[in-house]
Design a protein around this ligand. Structure first.
Ligand SMILES: Cc1cc2nc3c(=O)[nH]c(=O)nc-3n(C[C@H](O)[C@H](O)[C@H](O)COP(=O)(O)OP(=O)(O)OC[C@H]3O[C@@H](n4cnc5c(N)ncnc54)[C@H](O)[C@@H]3O)c2cc1C
Length: 340
């Protein structure tokens, strides 16, 4: 029996999330490293999704394990966990990968628990090790080291990877082979945790202002900003530059800003034309979310700050002295209007 590498293709509002194609692209690389007997397969759960299976095949899935049913129209944790764990139990994948999305971070560990295996969450990369096992790379100790996580005994070996971290290859047309999962065989109605839950609707709450992922200029504040008053200056600067404000974890913890603008392993992955950082140390947890930025400029009062290793322009200065000066320079009513 060959090695089976599974990728869960998350569906939202009828569309497959991009991270599924990124994971499938990586899974093909993993399959090559393992050898000829390895193959890539996908799981697809939802309602009216059969036509989407061909897309997964284009990215290397030779088989799509599909559960297509009106009861699966909306994401319901207990039902989805039961369906995916049931499929995995029946087909015994060796590796099972998920996107570390809002749904994936709830679903993947629950599937792992049901299968009595482990999961490496929020990985920044994955590869195949010397024993042909999955090696999951996760920032550890505040992001100062990259830990290698192995799952030597239990199967499947599971990992979740953030959207935007892996590279999506170009699609190539291939025939799709669909394995349909009949829900009746899973006896969903006999499980109290499943039958008592009925999802009603999903709602989107788009953030105000320019979405972070669409901004050409991102102004990012770290713990070195020092307080909410300075944070307001940073937001004003982002707005004046026609960009968006972003933050590190401590800025969220201090309640200067909201979590949805956090960049890094547990936040967003961004690739703006310009990243302008103030008081950001450069922990791996943050850097992995901004390393695809174009021009990177950072202001930090510590000349040894790791963020300078990934910066094109390094300004050793007090961020809070620089911020008002920059604002004066770009404000339309400022001392030195940038448009003059
Ligand atoms: C599982 C896990 C997931 C995580 N996910 C994320 C994530 O997604 N995103 C994220 O950002 N973090 C994440 N973290 C936290 C991460 O490890 C770091 O702790 C965090 O990124 C550090 O943020 P910071 O650079 O703002 O703060 P610090 O590391 O405290 O750095 C502050 C910097 O500001 C500088 N400074 C201080 N005062 C000034 C001043 N007046 N002017 C200029 N510079 C100044 C200092 O020299 C220092 O370099 C995660 C941690 C864990 C354990």
């Amino acid at each position: 029996m060959g090695v089976k590498i599974w990728v869960h293709a998350e569906v939202f509002e009828g569309e497959i999330a991009d991270v599924a194609f990124e994971l499938l692209s990586k899974a093909s690389v993993l399959a090559k490293s393992i050898g000829e007997d390895a193959k890539v397969e996908a799981t697809l759960v939802g309602c009216g999704i059969e036509s989407k299976a061909a897309l997964l095949a284009e990215y290397g899935a030779v088989t799509v394990h599909m559960a297509d049913d009106s009861s699966l129209r909306l994401y319901s944790p207990a039902t989805y966990v039961h369906v995916l764990a049931g499929m995995a139990d029946a087909h015994k994948p060796d590796i099972y990968l998920f996107g570390a999305t809002a749904v994936g971070t709830s679903l993947a560990p629950a599937v792992a628990a049901r299968l009595k295996t482990g999961i490496a969450a929020h990985c920044v990369d994955i590869h195949i090790g010397g024993e042909k096992e999955l090696v999951a790379l996760v920032p550890s100790f505040g992001g100062k080291v990259i830990g290698e996580i192995l799952c030597p005994v239990r199967r499947p070996q599971m990992a979740s990877v953030k959207p935007g971290v892996l590279v999506k290859k170009s699609p190539a047309p291939v025939p799709v082979n669909i394995e349909k999962q009949e829900l009746s065989s899973l006896k969903l109605n006999e499980r109290p945790d499943v039958s008592q839950l009925e999802p009603v609707k999903t709602e989107r709450h788009p953030p105000e202002g320019l979405p972070l992922k669409e901004a050409d200029v991102v102004v990012c504040g770290g713990f070195g900003i020092g307080g909410s008053k300075n944070w307001q200056l940073l937001e004003e600067l982002a707005q004046s530059l026609g960009g968006a404000a972003a933050c590190t974890r401590p800025a969220v913890d201090e309640k200067w800003c909201e979590e949805h603008i956090m960049v890094g392993t547990s936040g967003q992955s961004i690739s703006p034309k310009v990243y302008l950082g103030f008081g950001v140390s450069g922990a791996t947890h943050h850097v992995c979310g901004m390393s695809k930025s174009g021009v990177v400029i950072n202001v930090n009062q510590d000349a040894e700050a790791p963020i300078f290793d990934v910066s094109d322009f390094c300004v050793k200065a007090d961020a809070n002295s620089i911020l008002p000066l920059l604002l004066d320079a770009v404000r339309p009513d400022g001392k030195a209007d940038r448009r003059e």
